[in-house]
Each structure stands twice: as C-alpha cells, then as structure tokens.
Write a protein that binds this ligand. Structure first.
Ligand code: TYD
Length: 209
C-alpha cells in the first residue's frame, strides 16, 4: 500500500532534515521509500529550480514564479511521484503545492483560486495523504538558516515571511485531517520523536505496520 507524505514549513523550520530522518527510519523498518524534494527531484525540475532560485533573476514576475514552480511540479509528479506510488512506495516529498499557496498565494498575494486551477493542471489532482507542517516562529526560522549560498528568495523581507507562516496556519486550519502540526522549535531529535510517533499511529490506522 502506498502513501504520499509531504513536509511543509517556513524557511528554517528544519523540515528538510526531518523529512530525511523520517525516510531513514521508515526504510529501517522495511518500508520501500522514495524521498525527494521540490522544486527539483528530476533532471528537468532541478534545471527549473536553478532558474527560480538564481540571484540573477531579481526581475522575475510573480506569474513567472508560479508557473515555474508548477512546471517543476508537473514533471516530478508524472516522472517520479506517481510511478513510485504505483509501485506501493511511501513517498516523502520536501515541499509540494502547499508551498505555492503559502509563498505565492499568501506571501505574494497571487489569487488562491487561480493557484488551485494551476495546481490541478500541474498535479492532475494528486493530493498528499498526510502533510507534516513543521512550525517555527518567523524570527527563529530566519536566524537558523545558515546556507552557504544566499538564494534569491532569502532576500525577501520579514513581513513576507510572516504572511507565509500565517498562510500556512490558514491552510492547516482548512484541512485539519490532512495536516499534522509539529512544533519545530526544539532540538532536532525531539522534533523527530514527535514526527515518528505520529507516523507510527498513522501507519497503524492504515494497517501498514
Ligand atoms: P530551498 O532551498 O529548498 O528551501 P527550504 O530548505 O527552506 O525548503 O528553497 C525552496 C524555496 O522555494 C523556499 O524558500 C520556498 C520556496 N518555494 C515557493 O516559494 N513555492 C513553492 O511552490 C515551492 C515548492 C517552494
């Protein structure tokens, strides 16, 4: 039985580390796992990622940004995620369309209904079974980030990141059955402990243990 799990959260929430740790744990339990990320995950999507995140592209229009994220998504869904689910794998994806709603919708003010239509087109309606939303206060997230290379999106201001986080909280409220809120402010192991405990419950409910 397959399961599509996504990780979401503001920048610096630590969800990338958490997604990887959960994937390793599930593999150690004998589950077939595919762990991937957005934007990226396939050769074409990684090329699109370069364009989106390049600091050279400061003049990028919001419309362009939405379409590029969605283009990368269309490719990873068709090329990687759907086939893995068809093989009965547990698919873990670091970010998915909720990021578009939080960042481009709530963050940049792009119309949410428009994003729904574009997302439907890009994904063919593939909805995650479960979404871990790793929450951290905006200031903590921003101070935690220590990337070697600053990308274009890091240059955005704190008001933007606050809108993104509040947007996530709206999304969680609208779909409480799909989202699991995780407090990401503690130490890595403690956060992973919460995620693992919830995952074990979810697998048991689906008789997948
Ligand atoms: P990344 O370096 O992967 O950041 P993180 O480790 O925080 O996930 O860059 C992804 C950036 O792209 C991140 O700032 C969120 C943003 N993003 C969007 O704005 N919209 C989207 O649809 C997706 C998938 C990501």
């Amino acid at each position: 039985m397959s399961l599509f799990i996504t990780f979401e959260g503001p920048d610096g929430s630590g969800k990338t580390t958490q997604a990887r740790m959960l994937a390793d744990y599930l593999e150690s339990q004998g589950h077939p796992v595919l762990c991937t990320r957005e934007p990226g995950g396939t050769e074409i999507s990684e090329q699109v990622r370069q364009v989106i995140l390049s600091t050279h592209n400061k003049s990028m229009r919001n419309e362009t940004e939405v379409l590029l994220y969605s283009a990368a998504r269309a490719q990873i869904v068709a090329e990687l995620i759907r086939p893995a689910l068809a093989q009965g794998k547990l698919v873990i994806c670091d970010r998915y369309y909720d990021s578009t709603f939080a960042y481009q919708g709530y963050g940049l003010g792009v119309d949410l209904n428009l994003l729904r239509a574009i997302t439907q087109f890009a994904t063919g309606g593939l909805v995650p079974d479960l979404t871990f939303y790793v929450d951290v206060p905006v200031e903590l997230g921003l101070t935690r980030r220590h990337r070697s290379e600053t990308n274009r999106l890091d240059l955005k201001n704190i008001e933007y990141h606050t809108r993104v986080r509040n947007g996530y909280l709206e999304l969680v409220k609208a779909e409480p059955d799909r989202f699991i809120i995780i407090d990401g402010s503690g130490p890595v192991e403690q956060v992973q402990e919460q995620i693992r405990a919830r995952m074990i419950t979810e697998l048991a409910e689906r008789r997948m243990t």
